[in-house]
Structures are given as C-alpha cells and as structure tokens.
Design a binder for this molecule. Sequence first.
Ligand code: AMP
Ligand code: ZN
Ligand code: FE
Ligand code: FE
Length: 282
Amino acid sequence: MKLCDLHTHTVASDGSDSPYELISLAKDIGLSAIAITDHDTTDGILEGKEAAREVGLEFIPGVELSVNYPYGNMHILGYFIDIEIPRFKNVLKRVQQARANRNPRIIEKLNQLGFSITIEELEEISQGGQIGRPHFARLMVEKGIVRSVEEAFEYYLKKGAKAYAPKSILEPKEAIDVIKEAKGVPVLAHPFSLQIKEEKKLKDAIKVLKEQGLLGIECYYSEHDKTFTDLCLNIAKELDLIVTGGSDYHGKAKPKIKLGIGKGNLQIPYSCVEALKAKANV
Ligand code: AMP
Ligand code: ZN
Ligand code: FE
Ligand code: FE
C-alpha cells in the first residue's frame, strides 16, 4: 500500500529537522509523498522541493496557519500553494509579525513569574526559524524550570495558562481565502484540537468552515484514536469534504511522534494525495 505524510514541520518553524533531513528520512522509510506544512511560513519549501527532486520523492508544498477560534486551537492547512503569490506572502508577513510581537509578552510573563528567559536564548534554540511556544517549552526544560515540554504547556504556555499570550490575527475565513488565492487547497488540521467532543457540534462547526470554502479534513492524525478518526471520516463523507492525514512530525522537538507512523500505528493512504490533486487541479 502506498503511504504518505501530509503534515510535517522543519526548522523553518518549530521542527528540529532541516527540510533536507526530513525529505531524506521520508525517502528512507518508504513514503510515496510528503508535504511540508510549517507554522505560518513557507521558508522550508524551496529546500524541501529541491531535496525531494534529488531523492525522487513526490513533494507537496504546504503551510499550517493558526487562526482565531473560541474553543481549543484551530489550524488550517494549505496544500499545493504557490508560495510566490504576493497577497499570500503579505499575509504571511503580517502573521509572522504578530508572532514576533507575542514573544516579548510571553517572555515578560515568564520573567514576572521569576524565570530568566531571554529572546537571545530563544533565537538560539529556534535556529532562525519562526519562534513558537515549543521553543519556549524546550528552553524551560533545558533550564530545569519544568521537567517536560508537556509540563511547560500545562502550567505556563497553553491557552489560558499563566504565561499564555495570544498571537493569531487571522479569522478562519481569511486563512481559507488566502490559501485559495495562493491556488492552494484549505484543509482543517487535527479536528480533535477544537476540543468539541460531541459529533453533531463538531459537524456543525466544520459545516460553517465548508461554507467559508474549506475543502478537506485531516482525519488521519497522530492524536486521533480509531473512534475519532472514524467520526472525522463520517463528517467528511456527509459534508462532501476530502480526507487527508499527517503525523505532525516535529523531529526531536516532539520525539514521541514519528514520521509517517505518528505514535506507531498511523497509516495515511496515498489516496489522500490524489484527492488533494483533484481539488488543486494539478
Ligand atoms: P504556537 O505556534 O506558538 O502557537 O505553538 C504551536 C505548537 O505548540 C504546535 O506544534 C503544537 O503541537 C504545540 N502544542 C500546543 N499545545 C501543546 C501541548 N499542550 N503540549 C505540547 N505541545 C503543544
Ligand atoms: Zn508545531
Ligand atoms: Fe497544528
Ligand atoms: Fe502542525
């Protein structure tokens, strides 16, 4: 069976692999296609594309945009984007600026809590990529402030926690629109993170996104159990949305998640790529 992984991060955002390393790994483990979907940046795409061409692997340029949402966290993935479209580039710049503006606010909150954290330390850990909360978490582990990345999120970094500061400036519809302007296919990432437990409510929430132009749902995902995956597959079928899947690989930044297989038993059929291609007209 041909398999793929359509959700991965590199050093361009909060992953630990370079695009080249990620593509080489994807080839080694026998995937048939891979997408790079860094948070709010396409800085890893050109290197990824070139590496994929070198090793003979099908490559899909992608992005993962954070958007405002009252519950949980909402991320919208974009596939087969044209990274040179000026309006898309401008929106990314705005979002990156919002991210940069957030960092000093988180630092200030952590400083007020008595923890010494500087922007220089974060820049070192992020290796020039977009700084995200996982970098804060890793630094806090290194400094012995917390025992694990999970603990850093739980006590300090997650939405509503002591050092949390919001960053998203995009509404879901704006993210969907700008992905489409870049000729991309917008897909709802990891629906579990919306934290809507009831099937009917989740379906209604996704229906609103579909009316705004959403084309797919990431049903296969590392944190989705069989029941939740089936629920997502049902919603996709009922709403006539395409099905995608990805591990959300971050390399050493999230060591429990392995490329292609997530926590061990994830399998993302290549039919997801075909469905995306049909929507993207490529
Ligand atoms: P940011 O881009 O700064 O909003 O951070 C988003 C990243 O933080 C994503 O890679 C998430 O997987 C990660 N993340 C969010 N919540 C948690 C959590 N509770 N534990 C570990 N990682 C998390
Ligand atoms: Zn991430
Ligand atoms: Fe995400
Ligand atoms: Fe992700």
